[in-house]
Design a protein around this ligand. Structure first.
Ligand code: ADP
Ligand code: MG
Length: 237
């Protein structure tokens, strides 16, 4: 198993946000985490990344308990996180933003050339090549999302955490992001835990789904078998 969450309980102060969360992601699998606003999806991704700590249970990655690891140690182990709202560095150029993704994984010391890694990212997101010297902050929402995903990919993750990549961006960019995810899915190079509220996008891309309500997992299964009943009850159609 690539990722194993075992009985996580997470609090913001006194507020009990995540309740007894357990779930698993296999290598190469695309899992969609769904549920309405405020159910705790972002909180769960932050906990996986080490930005928040769970009071109970364990986060295991490739069989190793990483619950005590710092976020950057988790990046070096092969986790990458593209936050909701695409938190790029607005005052750094596109090139500098990408460089941070590359350096985060420790690849500078280890292996691979930066040029090759960037070449691959530019092939996936050609638009970025024309924007390299612009500050991230002046890019459109869709361009920033492409930059945020590209930055995540530069660390060569084994698991990519993607938080609502289609939120508030225009349909043509959504399509492009979908094509990029499709491509990774067909190559099975890494697993993706995708947070997405919109059924159609999720159903097309994900192998399996996990639905959350009020901080707990309430349903899980193969996307192909997701029932209308569950969709009506828990999701935006
Ligand atoms: N920094 C915070 N401090 C206190 N409560 C928070 C904080 N961030 C989120 N919450 C609360 O935690 C709950 C889950 O939020 P979140 O994980 O962002 O949900 P989702 O991503 O599913 O929309 C919500 O009730 C939200 O108001
Ligand atoms: Mg969220």
């Amino acid at each position: 198993m690539l990722l194993q969450l075992d009985n996580l309980n997470v609090f913001y102060g006194e507020s009990h946000i995540l309740r007894n969360i357990s779930l698993e992601v296999e290598p190469g699998q695309v899992v969609c985490l769904m549920g309405r606003n405020g159910v705790g999806k972002t909180t769960l991704l932050k906990t996986i990344m080490g930005l928040l700590r769970s009071k109970t249970g364990h986060v295991r990655f490739e069989g190793v308990d990483i619950s005590q690891d710092s976020p950057d140690r988790r990046v070096r182990r092969g986790l990458a996180y593209v936050p909701q709202g695409r938190e790029i560095f607005p005052h750094l150029t596109v090139r500098e933003n990408l460089r941070l993704g590359y350096e985060a994984s420790g690849r500078m010391q280890n292996h691979g050339s930066e040029g090759t890694a960037l070449g691959e990212v530019f092939e996936l997101f050609p638009r970025l090549t024309t924007l390299l010297n612009r500050p991230g902050g002046v890019l459109s929402g869709g361009e920033q999302q492409q930059l945020a995903i590209a930055r995540g990919l530069l660390s060569k993750p084994k698991l990519l955490l993607l938080d609502e990549p289609t939120e508030g961006i225009q349909p043509s960019i959504v399509e492009q992001i979908e094509r990029v995810i499709e491509r990774f899915k067909s190559e099975r190079r890494f697993a993706i835990l995708l947070v997405e509220q919109y059924m159609e996008f999720a159903a097309r891309l994900a192998d399996t789904y996990v639905i959350m309500a009020k901080g707990a997992v309430v349903a899980a299964g193969k996307t192909a078998e997701l029932s209308e009943e569950q969709v009506k009850q828990h999701l935006i159609v």
